[in-house]
Design a protein around this ligand. Structure first.
Ligand SMILES: *Cc1c(COP(=O)(O)O)cnc(C)c1O
Length: 351
């Protein structure tokens, strides 16, 4: 008798397209013109798996990665060592110093307090300039050359608050950022996120920092033809049943059958990040047919209409309609929330 435990095949997963991820990074790198594209891999690469994403992008010659905190830097440090630089966007607290001082990753210095904390280390850092988002960063009014004497500054960066829109805030921030650059002795400059790359060469500087669009998100029309879907959630049908006219379905009977028809119950729910906003509005796909979600999404179960796909049976896998633009319109969630919200229970299956 073997001691090995039998494997438990998953009932729901997210299929991840390696070629699409790499193609998206290359497209964003090309669109960045003279600038080189880095990659925002914070929040576990927007939920898709930081280690897998970093491995693939390092192989594609991406050399700058951006994470939120030191745990995230630690998680990829063996993959980036000697190959790429890692910036920690949330900066460095006193509590982070023991780890940060022996890490190859750089803090993005966000305040004068953080600057004082890091200054004497002699180690490399980036500087975040507040150009008008008023989230993190040192204000233009506080910048002067002496502040940085003796410091080893790699990237002087700022972040665009509204790059997905065409209002005046983009050029206002660009102007402020340019004024600040004269006062920060940095080796490199960086302003644009995914949407910022589409704003044109004025916004490119030396390094761009795409996140969402690497993972299939499209926040500006200029990116529509360049960016491919990366993540497709999929679920197994665990029961097929026939409704009669008048039968009620799911919590609070949000759907009532108006005719006899078959439905499938899928092993996925809001605990997997497929939130209630998809109730009666989302859909799954099978052989080119669209199978609408019926009624309320449960924690672990979803019902879909089989009228267009009578061949679906228990054990059939169906794809979720999860093009981020379409799914955002269906659910009212942002593309960022949709991709980062995919639950831990979905097995990540890279192709
Ligand atoms: C998250 C983040 C990015 C990436 O933004 P996307 O809109 O996902 O492309 C770039 N820079 C900073 C500072 C960020 O926080």
């Amino acid at each position: 008798m073997s001691d090995a435990k039998p494997i438990i095949p998953p009932t729901a997963a997210v299929r991840l397209d390696s070629d699409a991820l790499v193609a998206n990074w290359r497209a964003l790198d090309r669109l960045s013109g003279k600038a080189k594209a880095g990659a925002a891999v914070k929040a576990n690469a927007y939920g898709l798996g930081a280690r897998a994403v970093v491995k693939k992008l390092v192989a594609a010659s991406c050399t700058d990665f951006f994470v939120a905190n030191w745990q995230e830097a630690q998680e990829i440090e063996d993959l980036t060592a000697d190959k790429a630089s890692v910036s920690v966007l949330n900066g460095v607290r006193a509590l982070d110093m023991p780890f940060a001082l022996q890490s190859a990753a750089k803090p993005v210095i966000n305040s004068l307090d953080q600057l004082a904390r890091w200054k004497t280390s002699g180690r490399a850092c980036d500087i975040m300039i507040n150009s008008g988002m008023n989230r993190l960063g040192i204000d233009l009014a506080d910048l002067h050359e002496d502040l940085f004497a003796g410091m080893n500054i790699d990237i002087a960066m700022s972040h665009l608050a509204s790059a997905d829109a065409d209002g005046p805030q983009n050029s206002d921030q660009l102007k402020c950022y340019r004024a600040a650059l004269g006062k920060v002795p940095a080796r490199r400059t960086s302003l644009a996120n995914s949407a910022g790359i589409a704003l044109g060469s004025d916004y490119h500087f030396d390094v761009t920092r795409p996140g969402l669009s690497l993972y299939g998100g499209i926040q500006r029309p200029e990116l529509a033809d360049l960016i491919k879907q990366v993540a497709i959630p999929q679920a197994e049908v665990i029961q097929v049943r026939s409704l009669r006219a008048g039968d009620k379905l799911g919590y609070n009977a949000q759907y009532v059958a108006d005719r006899p028809h078959d439905i499938a119950i899928l092993a996925m729910g809001y605990a997997d990040g497929y939130l209630r906003g998809f109730s009666s509005s989302g859909a799954f796909l099978h052989k080119g047919q669209r199978l609408p979600v019926l009624g309320r999404v449960s924690m672990d179960l979803i019902a879909i209409d089989l009228a267009a796909a009578p061949d679906v049976a228990e054990g059939t896998w169906v794809d979720c309609e999860y093009d981020l633009g379409i799914a955002s319109a269906q659910s009212g969630l942002s593309q960022y929330e949709l991709i980062t919200g995919l639950g831990r229970r979905l097995a990540r299956q890279w192709l």
